[in-house]
Design a protein around this ligand. Structure first.
Ligand code: HEM
Length: 450
């Protein structure tokens, strides 16, 4: 049955405009819009993206139901359509059995033991970046971190070194990220491949990246050497006794590079921002690192000795979850709270609201890494914190990202103090991920001034 005909049983929500639905309010200021929805309508609210009803969920147990109790009833690929232009048939764009099968194929790349081998690259590349800086420099920290995390993911997973700066590949990704489809393109689906259109700029980026990746695959096939990395694993993988095609391999690579650098770099940017605003917490972090590492860059083994570093990352992911919205589409009718929601309903899960709900979190908007101290963390309401999602689609790169963010933060904090440029205004820019709108401009100070 068509979802639109079942209006009466959907939860209440704001009045939609003809044709546009609630698109305009959502696109204008998504984060405020989501907060207001929760304040006005409580546990769930219906909005309309053009003529499609979407139910936005704010309750931990409802979110748990959709993501982990009954995930087979929900598809996801449709929500990632915007990514499909680049990630093809990578994990984001698959559903059902195909998703399960492909995820099983790539999962070994993210086993904890394998991921631990990446620690040295993460540390070494961070030191190389820091060695090009000196106290007094003004740095666009967002750009530096994006290049660093891109360099790390490319080296760890595919053994290619993009070099320190200005890689063509990095620029191509920037072209893609900075020219995301705007409202007009989304609604009209009008895509014109010219150098000055957003779509054209994204396509230019895609062509550059595709060329690099296909050349890399061809080179590896010719060499025939197992380098022990993710790419070698993909090249050897068989599906029903058939090797993966170049296109399948390319799609997995694109997915992991796309998913695996912006999320981590944005989290770190927000962490530096929060630490610059909260001196007592910065001091605690700095002292922990001084005491435990005495100025040395951390090794993997050091991570267990630096819990405060982990709490800083956890708390940053609470306040600024990079994947701030998760989307699903129901296959069949389902019950949630007092509602029976029809098949085809679009479900949106708002982590931005969930992670900041004042009834779930004490001092919800305040940066308090101490809330992650085990004796405090045991009081956290189950399912109220899901930065990496949950269930069968939970972030496959979580162990990679957690280790990377802690190693990078600990290495960088020991070298410089990061002061935000006076007058610089930090704003959120919720695109596919939650980006800092104007980046983050910092001035480096020697740590002795800390
Ligand atoms: C701070 C860092 C990160 C955060 C917050 C994050 C968050 C997430 C979330 C919430 C999802 C689930 C989306 C959904 O349920 O629809 C996801 C999926 C995914 N993530 Fe991450 N991620 C991070 C880093 C990474 C890294 C480093 C990689 C790879 C190297 C990665 C690869 C992926 C992939 C491939 C998926 C799709 C999984 C699937 O559909 O089965 N992520 N991520």
């Amino acid at each position: 049955m068509d979802a639109i005909q079942q209006k009466s049983i959907l939860p209440p929500g704001p009045k939609p405009l003809p044709v546009l639905g609630n698109n305009h309010s959502f696109v204008r200021d998504p984060l405020n819009f989501l907060q207001t929805l929760h304040q006005t309508y409580g546990p769930m609210a219906t909005i309309r993206m053009a003529d499609t009803p979407s139910v936005v969920l704010f309750e931990p147990e409802h979110i748990h139901y959709v993501l982990t109790e009954n995930p087979r009833n929900f598809t996801s690929a449709e929500f990632a359509q915007g990514l499909q232009e680049f990630t093809g048939h990578g994990l984001f764009n698959l559903d059902g059995d195909t998703h399960r099968q492909q995820r099983r194929l790539v999962q070994p790349a993210f086993h904890r033991k394998r991921v631990e081998n990446y620690a040295d690259t993460m540390r070494q590349y961070t030191i190389e970046m820091l060695n090009t800086w000196k106290a007094g420099d003004r740095i666009a920290l967002d750009q530096e971190l994006q290049q660093l995390t891109m360099r790390i993911v490319a080296k760890c997973l595919f053994d290619i070194d993009l070099g320190l700066r200005n890689s063509k590949l990095g620029q191509a990704f920037t072209d893609i990220l900075e020219n995301q489809p705007r409202l007009l393109e989304t609604i009209t689906k009008l895509r014109i491949d010219l150098p000055f259109t957003d779509y054209g700029k994204r396509q230019r980026g895609k062509r550059i990246i595709d060329k690099v990746i296909y050349e890399l695959i061809a080179q590896r096939r010719t060499e025939g050497i197992d380098k022990g990395d993710f790419l070698s694993m993909l090249l050897e993988t068989t599906e029903d006794d058939k090797a993966l095609t170049d296109t399948q391999i390319r799609d997995h690579i694109m997915t992991f590079v796309a998913a695996g650098h912006e999320t981590s770099s944005n989290t770190l940017v927000w962490a530096f921002y929060l630490l610059a605003q909260n001196d007592p917490q910065y001091q605690k972090l700095y002292l922990e690192l001084q005491e435990q590492l005495q100025g040395q860059p951390p090794t993997l083994a050091d991570l267990s000795k630096t819990p405060y570093t982990e709490w800083v990352i956890n708390e940053t992911l609470r306040l600024y979850p990079p994947a701030y919205l998760i989307g699903r589409r129901a296959r069949e009718e389902f019950k949630l709270g007092e509602y029976t929601l029809p098949a085809k309903t679009f479900v949106l899960i708002s982590k931005w609201v969930l992670h900041r709900r004042p009834d779930l979190w004490e001092n919800a908007d305040t940066f308090q890494p101490e809330r992650w101290r085990p004796e405090n963390a045991k009081n956290i309401v189950p399912w109220s914190y899901i930065p990496f999602g949950a269930g069968p689609r939970m972030c496959i790169g979580m162990p990679f990202a957690q280790m990377e963010m802690r190693l990078l933060l600990a290495t960088m904090i020991q070298r410089f103090k990061f002061r935000i440029v006076p007058g610089f205004k930090m704003e959120t820019d919720p695109l596919i991920t939650l980006r800092p709108k104007n980046g983050l401009q910092v001035i480096l100070e020697p740590v002795s001034q800390a």
